[in-house]
Design a protein around this ligand. Structure first.
Ligand code: SF4
Length: 213
């Protein structure tokens, strides 16, 4: 393997390519790491928070986004500790607040992560499946978009750069770059194909033009 390094993942020595993200390297070796904002050709982004793992550094185990790290010789990683599960559960709860999602499998995956992270019921008491999925949450300005930024990044990658983040705080959303809303986007549908939640309608330009107002 080109540029091969050895890392220890959950006690197992594995050889991986140092040029791919730790997330991809772990997945290539059969380790199940959840993520919604990662796409191999676009690199890591760290927005969904689901891919956290523990990495040993200077005598401590630190929570890190595996999509933002690259394997190093001798790196030690833990992918399924209670701390990792709890952190993923917390990230999943925040993402669920942005639903409901067109792709129900996304909601189901997030609810499962919330449940996995609930030891002795401390999380689960406050956030059972129904609650996690919808009760009592603030409805975001654009329900169904998790603000993962994949559509923005793929739009740039295909050379258009017509999408961007607009607004701040609770009003943060994806929209067409200001001044571009009347221009044709080309309708290549790259953003629709990459969107993990199914938020983007067949006419992507309509989806994002609507969010300008
Ligand atoms: S529209 Fe889809 S791809 Fe774009 S930020 Fe929202 S969830 Fe991510």
């Amino acid at each position: 393997m080109k540029d091969c390094v050895e890392i220890i993942a959950d006690g197992q020595l594995i050889a991986v390519d140092r040029n791919i993200t730790l997330l991809q390297a772990l997945r290539d070796n059969g380790v199940n790491i959840p993520s919604l904002c990662f796409y191999p050709s676009l690199g890591g982004y760290g927005s969904c928070g689901l891919c956290v793992v523990e990495v040993y550094s200077s005598g401590n185990w630190l929570l890190r986004h595996s999509c933002l790290l690259y394997p190093e010789e001798g790196m030690q990683v833990r992918t399924a500790t209670l701390l990792v599960q709890k952190q993923r559960a917390q990230a999943a709860r925040l993402l669920l607040r942005r639903g409901p999602f067109h792709k129900k499998e996304v909601e189901e995956m997030l609810i499962a992560l919330v449940q996995e992270g609930a030891d002795v019921g401390d999380l689960l008491q406050k956030c059972d499946s129904a609650g996690a999925a919808g009760e009592g949450r603030a409805v975001p300005l654009i329900a169904g978009c998790i603000l993962c930024g994949l559509c923005v990044r793929i739009c740039r990658k295909v050379g258009k750069g017509l999408l961007t983040f607009l607004g701040r705080g609770e009003n943060l959303r994806i929209g067409m770059v200001l001044g571009q809303k009347d221009d044709p986007c080309g309708n290549c549908r790259a953003c629709r194909r990459i969107c993990p939640t199914g938020f983007i309608t067949p006419n992507a330009r309509c989806t994002f033009t609507a969010s300008l107002y």
